[in-house]
Design a protein around this ligand. Sequence first.
Ligand code: HEC
Ligand code: HEC
Ligand code: HEC
Length: 298
Amino acid sequence: MNRLPYNAATASYLFHVMIMKFIRTLFILPFALVLPHTSAGSDSPVSLDTPPASLEKWYKPANKRQVWLHTMFRLRREMQAIGEYAEQNDPASMAKWIERLDKDYNKIAEMVPEWEKAIKPRLLPELEMFARKGDSHRVGKTLEMIQRTCDDCHIDYQPLVTAIYRSPHYDDISVKTLDGGEQDFEDNMDDLSKSVNQILIALDDGRKAKALQAGQRLAGQLKNLGDSCNHCHEDDDYPRERILGTDTRQHLEDLQTNISAGRVKDSQKLMGEIAVSVCARCHNTHRIVYDLRDALMP
Ligand code: HEC
Ligand code: HEC
Ligand code: HEC
């Protein structure tokens, strides 16, 4: 199920992981600043270093696939396989996975030479030797040492790399305007915001015709925005239905009915509901990550 063509099939999970990482980073940072001494021994503060430029080659759109990320998934699988076969005392199976780990671990520095010092390739022949001798205790210890090199790099770089190369961006999406032209995503947002406020101002000032006009514009702008969802949510109608579907269309119709009938309070209440169920609901998944990406991008 590859719903998001610009991304791996794991988009949903990664999106979540990314938000959690940012949140963790945002919380740990001020903490480390406030309590530098008590935290020094246990948790070191998180720093976000700019990743080397050569990493870009291993991500879309420079590459056809997310090569770096898939190498990482393999590394985790290989580490797990070796650990499990060590427990089961199965040297033949261990040998197979150690050979793969050796290849993929060394690929880190082959792909990104700037990271050569971040890995310890000499640990691989040692791992292979301990496995051959059936010394599962030392196999375990060596795996731990390799894991430490994984963790060190992840702490410094992982959140920013995820933000730069794998978070959705909206720059190349065009949305229809009400007069049949095209606009970018951000201009559509500005227009939405204007319409929402025009309705609220007109309601406040008792200008019914103006409010109705702006209400109609808002409905049209949201319909056009909805046509852009499949840019990412390919072959999946659910996301659009969830935010801009039957319920929302009904709200927008009810709004016009209420404004026409002069029910200002009910109209204002409906506007509040639309702002939450349409704007805020979409912003909570899409805009938060977009803004963080924008702020973190070097
Ligand atoms: C796709 C779901 C989505 C929906 C629905 C949505 N937004 Fe947005 N909005 C975004 C994203 C993503 C951004 C940040 C991207 C950008 O600014 O280009 C954004 C940014 C904005 C901005 C800042 C624009 C700027 O100039 O930086 C405003 C204002 C805004 N939205 C208003 C609204 C209002 C009002 C509504 C509801 C009537 C709404 N949005 C509905 C996704 C959405
Ligand atoms: C020199 C840096 C570096 C080293 C060493 C490294 N990684 Fe990574 N790893 C990264 C970066 C950068 C990412 C973020 C990739 C992304 O989000 O697209 C990552 C992401 C991952 C992920 C994906 C996590 C997720 O679910 O999103 C896994 C799994 C992973 N690494 C496993 C490993 C393992 C296992 C090792 C050690 C054997 C390792 N990595 C060594 C840099 C490194
Ligand atoms: C630039 C890419 C992009 C665009 C454009 C986009 N989305 Fe999303 N959306 C994502 C990503 C990434 C996720 C998180 C992964 C997932 O759930 O598929 C997501 C998640 C969602 C979710 C929550 C998950 C779900 O399936 O319930 C909803 C709802 C949603 N989007 C609605 C919309 C709507 C409505 C639009 C158009 C107005 C839209 N999206 C446009 C990238 C995008």
